[in-house]
Write a protein of this length. Structure first.
Length: 482
């Protein structure tokens, strides 16, 4: 087995463990908070996060991506020290902007006075995240995902437990705010210990140009991605209400948040991998298509489960206060399935050293998406927002195929792309149809039907891909012995 493949499999294993623990714990914590708190409280935090999250995107400036993408022989210690000090200085400036300008503006924009004090608290993550930036980039570049997984799991679990304590103590919206910030702060000393790296008083103009020259395109892409991913929160909070935004946030937590966590984990492995093999189009194509296939295999049954059983499970467990979230939840689940078909394309384009192209593509998507979203919310509320997102994902698949066929050296044909996802889609359709028939005509209990759904899905996948998956499992076992 090649060294790169070993590192890729090891990275996916550790990041898979990280995904299971992080998503599992975060999912459970958010569900418990949903049981204790009200949609309005989720909505107020959603309003605040729209603004603090945007500033967080500006805060990164693509520095971490630039350090990872830069080839080893061209990377000097001055790049790391310069990136660290510039990041910290920029973070201090951005936190001042958040506290003095953004918080009062958001309070007036939404008509929610609590945002004036809530946003500066959420903004504490802006101060701490650049301190972790260089350390995380070093671990990612060396593909040492074991340490990253340990740090993330420890910090997220600790923050989650503390936020639950606050929620049951009656802290309300502040328990959600603490959960959003604490993990970054808790991770800080762990990253210093993990890398052993210490910043020195070195700031070099040439190093800054190297890092920022790449990072500015990445930042442009991240800003566009953020606007596409969060403008729905902004418009729902403004045009509708905190209650509507809370219901929509709940649906988003169960669907796109899970997908986003998976994307972060997988792309953390793939980005440095793509960077290493950026001069080998055949290898890039192979890894990309397999990533699309395996991502879909993993996520599709969860989304089909939500589509099939949202009404049967969510309402009895969390109460009628979340009834408005049901239709958006089903639509967003389908949108996640479509999105998995282009899940790692941005990491691929960036890893190939084409951040400018990545940014242009995201701008095109934004121009198409924003009018759709505004019309959807204006006429159909949060259900219209969910439909706009679904349509946007379908358009994104088309744009991705045009890009791979005509704008990149990979030349991934439409046939090759759909060949990579045909079995997860087939398994999903068969599983949903079988369960729908059993529930509708045989009055099967939803708990038994849920097992039937996952069992049917697994059987179809095994029928067509069993041999391949066994071979991959064998390679994983060989890796563990090394």
């Amino acid at each position: 087995m090649s060294k790169i493949k070993q590192q890729a499999i090891s990275g996916i294993l550790w990041n898979g463990l990280r995904l299971i623990i992080n998503v599992g714990s975060s999912f459970v914590i958010k569900l418990v908070l949903a049981r204790v708190l009200f949609p309005e409280e989720f909505g107020v935090v959603g309003m605040a996060v729209v603004f603090t999250g945007f500033v967080q995107v500006l805060n990164d400036l693509g520095i971490g991506s630039a350090l990872i993408q830069k080839k080893e022989e061209k990377l000097r210690s001055a790049h790391f020290h310069t990136a660290f000090w510039f990041g910290v200085g920029w973070a201090l400036f951005m936190y001042l902007v958040v506290s003095v300008v953004v918080a009062p503006f958001a309070a007036v924009f939404y008509g929610e006075p609590i945002l004036k004090s809530l946003i500066p608290v959420l903004g504490l993550g802006i101060l701490s995240s650049p301190v972790n930036l260089v350390h995380k980039a070093q671990l990612t570049k060396s593909m040492n995902f074991k340490k990253i997984a340990i740090i993330d799991n420890t910090s997220n679990l600790s923050a989650g437990v503390l936020s639950l304590i606050l929620a049951f103590a009656g802290a309300g919206v502040w328990s959600l705010a603490f959960n959003a910030v604490a993990s970054i702060v808790i991770a800080m000393p762990q990253y210093f210990l993990a890398t052993g790296w210490r910043p020195k008083c070195v700031v070099e103009k040439a190093a800054f140009k190297d890092v920022f020259g790449f990072g500015i395109y990445t930042t442009g892409t991240n800003i566009t991605n953020y606007l596409i991913g969060n403008v729905d929160y902004l418009l729902i909070g403004k045009l509708l209400s905190a209650h509507a935004l809370g219901a929509y946030t709940f649906a988003f937590i169960l669907t796109n948040t899970f997908r986003g966590k998976l994307m972060a984990v997988i792309n953390t492995v793939l980005y440095p991998l793509y960077s290493r093999i950026q001069d080998n189009p055949a290898a890039l194509k192979k890894y990309y298509l397999k990533t699309v296939e395996y991502n879909s295999i993993a996520i599709f049954p969860i989304m089909v489960f939500l589509i099939a059983f949202a009404d049967s499970i969510i309402l009895p467990v969390f109460g009628s206060k979340w009834v408005d979230a049901m239709n958006p939840l089903k639509i967003l689940s389908l949108s996640v399935m479509v999105h998995m078909m282009v899940n790692s394309n941005t990491a691929l384009i960036r890893g190939m050293g084409r951040p400018g192209l990545e940014m242009k593509l995201q701008l095109v998507k934004a121009v198409i998406f924003l009018p759709l979203l505004y019309l959807g919310i204006s006429y159909f509320g949060i259900t219209g927002a969910a439909f706009a997102i679904l349509l946007n994902k379908v358009i994104a698949v088309g744009i991705a195929q045009y890009t791979f066929k005509y704008l990149l050296s990979l030349k991934v044909s439409t046939g090759e792309f759909f060949d990579a996802v045909k079995y997860p889609w087939l398994a999903s359709i068969v599983a949903y149809a079988v369960v729908n028939v059993m529930v509708t005509y045989a009055s099967m209990h939803y708990a038994i039907a849920a097992f039937l759904l996952f069992g049917t899905y697994g059987a179809v996948i095994y029928m067509f891909l069993g041999g391949e998956l066994k071979a991959q499992l064998k390679e994983v076992r060989e890796l563990k012995k090394m």
